[in-house]
Design a protein around this ligand. Structure first.
Ligand SMILES: NC(=O)c1ccc[n+]([C@@H]2O[C@H](COP(=O)([O-])OP(=O)(O)OC[C@H]3O[C@@H](n4cnc5c(N)ncnc54)[C@H](O)[C@@H]3O)[C@@H](O)[C@H]2O)c1
Length: 356
């Protein structure tokens, strides 16, 4: 397949790029490098031993979009802003990037006759629910502007499927954790906002002890429960979704494991994996945190056969390798060579086709 990955230089995108290239697909990337890293993309290409076509720029640019979509069969739409806290501070930025950006993409796809898409949605579309685990039919009541933008994106895809016969799949990711097994690509350190990277940061860099937000929730050990998924399983979920784009309509799937871990369990797993206790302090509840968020992954499994393979210790072990092997994270932010987006694809030029 010829695929376009928007946001392919980001945390999830780089892992997906390795898998797509390794599976023999022709891959184009459209990314403005606002949070993505050139070095991550270069490493992804070296890991796969094959190259992508890079369209460096914004999804709001219709000319660039048109070029990137030429001859594409499928789009993976990952580009966007993802920080819940930032969206509470600056909702307008999220409406601009996630909503306007997506509208620009959908318009360009329709004009180019590209009607298959896998969309990065999020568990943030759900509100605090009484009923756990969360099925895809649970009521949507996003608690943040970020969650709202993701829910709106899903609704646009509903209409594109209904009115134009598109084939679309929205994947509602739960909590992606971990890194590529090689240790060469992982979650950029500056994005270390979620529990596991925060814990590993405390262990590898001189920083304040981790704060556990809330120990008086109505959960077995008083701390919040979350459903974590290994980044490699999440990447594989995209390949599964692509093969399921065989009929028109919009389908929505939770991508989680259906197993929840408390904050204390995650810290214990970090200690098991690293051999070190994560220095931490017990703090008050944090505004906006729901006590429990667990996916019901049954629909995705039943309809596509997808099953996550890797458990919490594997997630943490891979992230730990990434943190240890790359003490400075991604360092270079300049392409090592220019990739000309006007060339027809598949490209034969890339940052390096040799393996490590
Ligand atoms: N990581 C998570 O915890 C998580 C959870 C649920 C959903 N998601 C969604 O998955 C997607 C990918 O997340 P990620 O963790 O890889 O984030 P990321 O920030 O690492 O990657 C996003 C990529 O999109 C690019 N980008 C952003 N705005 C762009 C624009 N206007 N034009 C072109 N490129 C643009 C960035 O440069 C970056 O490379 C996002 O849409 C995010 O909302 C992520």
């Amino acid at each position: 397949m010829r695929v376009l990955v928007t946001g392919g230089a980001g945390y999830i995108g780089t892992h997906l790029v390795v898998d797509l290239l390794s599976d023999g697909h022709d891959v184009a990337i459209l990314d403005n490098f606002s949070t993505g890293h050139v070095e991550g993309l270069e490493r992804a290409q070296r890991l796969a031993g094959r190259s992508v076509r890079l369209f460096s720029g914004d999804i709001a640019n219709p000319t660039l979009l048109k070029r990137a979509l030429q001859r594409a069969d499928v789009v993976f739409h990952l580009a966007g802003s993802k920080q819940v806290g930032e969206s509470m501070q600056h909702p307008e930025l999220y409406f601009q990037n996630n909503v306007s950006g997506m509208i620009a993409l959908l318009s360009a796809m329709q004009q180019s006759g590209v009607t298959r898409i896998v969309y990065s949605s999020s568990a943030a579309v759900y509100g605090p629910q009484a009923q756990m685990p969360l099925t895809e039919d649970a009521m949507l009541s996003p608690e943040s502007p970020y969650g709202l933008t993701k829910a709106q994106g899903e609704q646009y895809l509903d209409w594109m499927a209904r009115r134009h016969g598109w084939s679309a799949i929205s994947l509602r990711y739960f909590n992606p954790v971990g890194a590529h097994s090689s240790g060469h690509i992982g979650e950029p350190f500056e994005q270390a906002a979620s529990l596991v990277p925060r814990a590993l940061k405390v262990l590898t860099q001189e920083s304040e002890p981790l704060t556990v937000f809330g120990t008086d929730y109505d959960t077995p050990d008083g701390t919040c429960l979350r459903d974590y998924i290994h980044i490699s399983d999440l990447s594989r979920a995209h390949l599964t979704a692509m093969t399921a784009l065989d009929r028109s309509g919009h389908r929505i799937y939770n991508v989680g494991t259906g197993r929840a871990h408390s904050v204390r369990e995650v810290l214990a797993a970090c200690q098991r994996v690293t051999g070190q206790q994560v220095p931490h302090v017990l703090g008050d509840r944090r505004a906006g945190d729901v006590p429990v968020a667990i996916a019901d992954p049954a629909r995705f499994r039943t309809e596509t056969g997808f099953m996550p393979w890797l458990g919490l210790d594997k997630m943490i072990a891979s992230a730990w390798k990434w943190w240890q092997d790359n003490p400075s994270g991604y360092t270079s932010d300049k392409p090592s060579q220019t990739i000309d987006a006007r060339e027809p694809w598949p490209s034969t030029r890339c940052a390096g086709a040799e393996h490590w």
